[in-house]
Design a protein. Structure first.
Length: 157
């Protein structure tokens, strides 16, 4: 026998130190650990938010689990208050942002999930790509029209 083989045979065997689940729990804790339940994301899901001159605007993605499998859903733009109720505007003298949203294909409607109204446009093809880019472009223009600035969280110098 070679010298290495003899040393290996004489070396004490390492014991397995696997920790059993019963050893990791506190004494007296005989309940099984609770498994976390999957909670779906909020629908409509908020993407962006800006505050402006007495108004707030949000871009949301409205998409249920069924919509994800079918590739349907909509981008939604919501205002905190009706732009026609802002100073200088009324139902007879509408805010130009309303005409802008209509010209971009957005229509007024209510979301099935939360029942709140907003300006929505159904997905045209790629909700995470070109549709998202287009929705953000329209949203930013609408925010600019109501005087909303980008909030960076920094104080100006």
């Amino acid at each position: 026998m070679s010298k290495r083989r003899i040393e290996a045979e004489e070396a004490p065997q390492a014991e397995a130190t696997a920790v059993e689940p019963s050893q990791t729990r506190e004494a007296g804790d005989d309940t099984e650990p609770q498994q976390r339940k999957w909670t779906p994301p909020v629908n409509p899901f908020p993407f962006e938010m800006r505050r402006g001159q007495g108004n707030q605007i949000r871009l949301l993605k409205s998409e249920t689990e069924e919509d994800r499998t079918r590739g349907t859903g909509a981008w939604v733009i919501r205002f905190e208050q009706n732009p026609n109720e802002m100073e200088g505007y009324s139902k007879t003298n509408p805010h130009p942002v309303i005409a802008h949203l209509k010209s971009e294909g957005y229509r007024w409607g209510f979301d099935q999930e939360d029942g709140r109204g907003g300006w929505g446009k159904p997905f045209q093809g790629d909700p995470a790509g070109t549709d998202a880019i287009e929705a953000r472009r329209v949203y930013r223009k609408a925010a600019e029209m109501i005087g909303a600035e980008i909030e960076t969280g920094r104080t100006p110098s």
